[in-house]
Design a protein around this ligand. Sequence first.
Ligand SMILES: [Zn+2]
Ligand SMILES: [Zn+2]
Length: 254
Amino acid sequence: MHVKVLGCSAGISEGLRTTSFKLGDHALLDCGTGVGDLSLPELLAIDTVFLTHSHLDHSGFLPFLADAHASHGGPGITVHALPYVTALLRQRLFDGPLWPDYTRQPEPDHPYIRFQALDFATAIPCGDGTVRALPAQHSVPAVGFLLEGPKAALAFSGDSGPCPAFWAAAAASPKLAHVIVENTFRNQQQTAAERSGHMIANWLPPLAAGIDRPYELWISHLEPGHEAALMAEVQALPLATPARPLQRGMMFVL
Ligand SMILES: [Zn+2]
Ligand SMILES: [Zn+2]
């Protein structure tokens, strides 16, 4: 399984894209603004999307992806998401006035967007690997994901404050090689982080210590304009594994 980072920022600005990873040629993990850099043939090859949660920096380009399929005869997209998320997207996004209801068009039995309910027990086949939802602790119902390929596994926190269950599940993967964890706020913003379900650096060491073997640690979802300060706080921590910033364009082979 090849995982390409299309976007991993907490917001937009020149050169920054919000969260989206491309899994092989046919699947996306989250649908942030990074999806807008794909060519039309690449967009039409996507038939599966895994969503961590409903927030627009992770789901906002799904309507445009569906529109590309509708306009160019694409096969449509199966969207794996929590039932809370699918209900919200149906009611608030694909509602008709805001955007065409591609959950019912062109025909209710064969729509462009087909939702599948995520659970934590099922490893969903994806290319030559699998994708499985992991626990997360955010301001709205959310998941992380474990991506397992033939050679290695990658755990992604999605948007989440401190979530010991995520780290325990990641540690339980025998092939774990990479962990991508968000760090949205600086330590001085602890109250905002608690309120919004995001991480600060000071919360990371006891969680990261739960994995007692070598792995690579990557930091995502940095707030635009504060990337250097946020990474300085992470890199000052007593971590057994040095943390590096995730960058748009990076590729992981699992
Ligand atoms: Zn969020
Ligand atoms: Zn986010």
